[in-house]
Design a protein around this ligand. Structure first.
Ligand code: UD1
Length: 342
């Protein structure tokens, strides 16, 4: 298949492009590098020996996107592009709604014009809100979110489901990610957040190489085994392979359907820090601070549906995630900014 990947230079996007190329698919990346680096394209080529086509375009620029879409003539689309910082979304909701919804509308209009009806959409476990106790199942029905970023995922899932129900011929995967971490085993691509990381794993990695003094543990008084929050961390390469599995089975699925991509296991903040300490062979200092607003005590996936219908299961454990995340950070202490070839 020829697959157009929006946001293909991002953390999850880049690992998915590698997985697609390794399975023999052709790829066109659409990315405006607003929150990613062009160095990623070189690194993908280093890993796979193939340089994916690139359209450096803002999806909101409908005219430019139409030209790029027509030139690529893709069989399918994987849509990662979007804004994803929870705190920022609460501070500037209009920007988040306009950007995440507007760019998806631009994409959907181009897909309709060209008769491309196979789409894999980047959703999030955030759509479960606090409506279920873990493990979260896709059967739950109602979706909710506690912040505008999460609401863009809830709304887009609904919009995509409505379109698929109204028009025949669509095949849409709504992939609900749990907490993707780690990096490619080559150490060439990984997570490279700009500014202060919002998420735990990249923060821990920046402490481990001395870029920050200590990890702030957001609360140790949760009703969990060690009092810290528990999450379903999933290796980004497993997640990437989940996208390929969904894409390759989508022809058999009419309409829109949701799948959880997680491991089915919870790991606490303290356990995750300990795994990174083992991988890095050094102590990672931490300080307990108050809970972060909007955080849930526990979250993990019921993986039954993805296993049964996609024939996919995460195979990498927390030690693998810590090892590959550490390798990436150790070799690229300042992320892609260390690459002087550009
Ligand atoms: C967060 C978002 C979620 C988004 C996901 C991926 C919130 C409430 N949720 O998930 O919507 O889809 O990121 O971008 O922001 N923690 C610390 N110290 C830190 C950072 C985090 O103790 O410096 C703790 C958190 O309290 C939580 C766990 O680590 O228990 C994981 O946090 P994080 O990596 O931010 O992911 P989520 O909150 O699960």
């Amino acid at each position: 298949m020829h697959v157009l990947v929006t946001g293909g230079a991002g953390f999850i996007g880049s690992h998915t492009v590698v997985a697609l190329l390794e399975r023999g698919h052709d790829v066109t990346i659409v990315d405006d590098f607003e929150n990613s680096s062009p160095v990623v394209i070189d690194r993908i080529e280093q890993i796979t020996g193939i340089r994916p086509a690139l359209a450096e375009i803002d999806l909101l620029d409908e005219d430019a996107f139409e030209v790029a879409f027509a030139a690529a003539a893709p069989d399918a689309v994987i849509h990662f592009a979007g804004l994803k910082a929870v705190g920022e979304s609460s501070a500037d909701p209009l920007r988040y709604y306009a950007h995440n919804l507007g760019s998806t509308f631009s994409l959907l209009k181009a897909m309709k014009r060209h008769g491309t009806q196979t789409l894999v959409f980047s959703s999030s476990a955030t759509v479960y809100g606090d409506l279920q106790e873990p493990p979260y199942t896709e059967e739950g029905g109602r979706l909710d979110a506690t912040n505008p970023y999460g609401m863009t995922k809830v709304m887009l899932e609904r919009i995509l489901s409505d379109i698929a129900a109204a028009e025949p011929g669509w095949h849409i995967a709504l992939l609900r990610y749990f907490n993707p971490i780690g990096g490619h085993e080559s150490g060439l691509i990984g997570e490279d957040p700009s500014g202060i990381p919002n998420n735990l794993a990249p923060y821990v990695l920046q402490v481990s190489i001395g870029r920050r003094p200590h990890v702030n543990i957001f609360g140790d008084d949760y009703p969990t085994a060690d009092g810290t929050g528990e999450r379903d961390y999933i290796h980004v390469v497993d997640l990437a392979q989940g996208h390929v599995a969904a894409l390759e089975r989508l022809a058999e699925v009419d309409g829109a359907r949701a799948w959880n991509l997680g491991t089915g296991h919870g790991t606490s903040v303290k356990q995750l820090i300990a795994a990174f300490e083992s991988a890095a062979g050094r102590t990672i200092p931490s300080v307990v601070v108050p809970r972060r607003d909007g955080d849930l005590p526990r979250s993990w996936a019921d993986t039954t549906r993805a296993e049964a219908e996609l024939g996919w299961k995460a195979t990498r454990d927390i030690a693998d995630m810590a090892r590959d995340g550490w390798r990436w950070q150790q070799r690229n202490p300042n992320g892609f900014a260390d690459d002087r070839t550009r």
